[in-house]
Design a protein around this ligand. Sequence first.
Ligand SMILES: Nc1ncnc2c1ncn2[C@@H]1O[C@H](COP(=O)(O)OP(=O)(O)OP(=O)(O)O)[C@@H](O)[C@H]1O
Ligand SMILES: O=P(O)(O)OC[C@H]1O[C@H](OP(=O)(O)OP(=O)(O)O)[C@H](O)[C@@H]1O
Ligand SMILES: O=C(O)c1cccnc1
Length: 470
Amino acid sequence: MKTISGLFTDHYQLSMAEGYFSAGRKDDRVNFDYFFRKNPFGSGFTIFAGLQVLFNLIEDFQYDSDDIDFLYKRGFHDDFLDFLKNFRFRGSIYAPKEGEVIFPTESILSVEGNIIEAQLLETLLLNTLNYQSLIATKANRLRQSAGKRSVMEFGMRRAQGWAAIHGSRAAVIGGADSTSNVQSAYIYDLDSSGTQAHSWVQSFDDELTAFRTFAQLRPKKCVLLVDTYHTLNSGVPNAIKVAKEMQQQGHQLFGIRLDSGDLAYLSKKARIMLDKAGLPEVKIVASNQLDEYLIKSLIHQGAKIDVFGVGTNLITARDDGALDGVYKLSAVNDRPTIKLSEDVAKVTLPGKKKVIRYLNGNGEFYADGILLSEDDPDDVDMIYHPQYADKKSMVNGLEKENLTSKVFENGNVLTAKKSIGEISEYRSLRVSQLADEYKRFEYPHIYKVGLSSNLIQLRMDMIAESKRSK
Ligand SMILES: Nc1ncnc2c1ncn2[C@@H]1O[C@H](COP(=O)(O)OP(=O)(O)OP(=O)(O)O)[C@@H](O)[C@H]1O
Ligand SMILES: O=P(O)(O)OC[C@H]1O[C@H](OP(=O)(O)OP(=O)(O)O)[C@H](O)[C@@H]1O
Ligand SMILES: O=C(O)c1cccnc1
């Protein structure tokens, strides 16, 4: 199913593409880097997500006759439109695996190609990777707070429209166990699950009949919503009655759901009632505007909650509306390029680069190094702070990994397609390789990301050169 076309871009990308075309520059070779400057939510790291979706969307990133007519009416010229008729992105992409732990500043992903294809891809690439990495990072924070307890993603109704389709996928990559979003579950083969709404309970004359009817319909994984009327006086007692009836028919009530009131107090009381009734296996699900801090607090309060349902705060990435990922030109026809800024942190890193991850002997991540692509990692003994070159770290003798590899070439994906379960497992492994200090919510330790001396030198030379030529 085609979901987008080559129109999934900002108008200025097409204007520039036409400009490159009419200037006879369509065969110029360029390199763009994708990176972000700040971890969202005050996190100490970010989870990379969205890559496989990007591959699928690239396949659809073409112009059919309707698209061409539309662009003609917007003032684009015939010769350029003729070129677009046969347009396909055939560049190369270097990237980490989806689910990777990534950090600000590093050139996480690079696009190499002709100037038109690489420019036109920018918006789609940023739109896909920024949002999914943002949501995967948020989900991972929930995962960390919830520990071994489950997290169900409930956000579709509160998402910024269709963002939910990719948001639920990213939530599962980041650590949610399932989603209520059936459309995403269908597209990405996610585990979809759910309980019931208050409307179900209200629609019956009495709560007990509502519960009984639902249990007959869904004897497996049945969760009863117990807070429509009086949680402890009717909801939980009625759920216990139905659980006993289910037992007689050879079934087990999976759980009850609390959706209002004091979730710590109510879950403790409900746990005692269920246990007293001989139903220790019945789980307690809680929802209601939860986030990573509330989950932590509830656990700290001794709440007897087994499953957290999280909607709004996850799918909308509250309190950080966007990952600030950018896409910057770093080479044209093998000539390194730079973007200067008054703000030194915003001066870009010139040239083609690669990212090396250094590990301590025990497999823990130690630091990441951004090297020029021609740097031999074995010759790099020291990496330098991107802004304060006197801050440096010795990396010689450390175990190292290439964080990125070529994943796309000439219209083809080079890596085997991974299931979301596999991506999520990889995320879990990589997060486990990061020391706890980087995972704190409050003032997490800042992970070292450094530059090779050759890269520092190139950047200094280019800054000096630009001052001379002013
Ligand atoms: N023990 C607790 N500690 C901290 N926060 C809690 C606790 N129990 C519930 N909360 C949170 O407090 C907020 C209470 O929400 P709200 O004021 O809307 O009341 P409510 O219980 O949902 O009432 P209703 O849905 O009936 O209007 C929710 O975000 C909920 O998750
Ligand atoms: O609170 P969130 O984290 O966003 O989680 C999703 C919320 O959506 C549902 O409420 P809603 O009032 O929409 O319907 P329902 O309770 O009647 O199902 C559900 O009961 C949760 O409270
Ligand atoms: O299944 C649920 O309980 C559910 C689904 C979506 C939103 N809130 C709750």
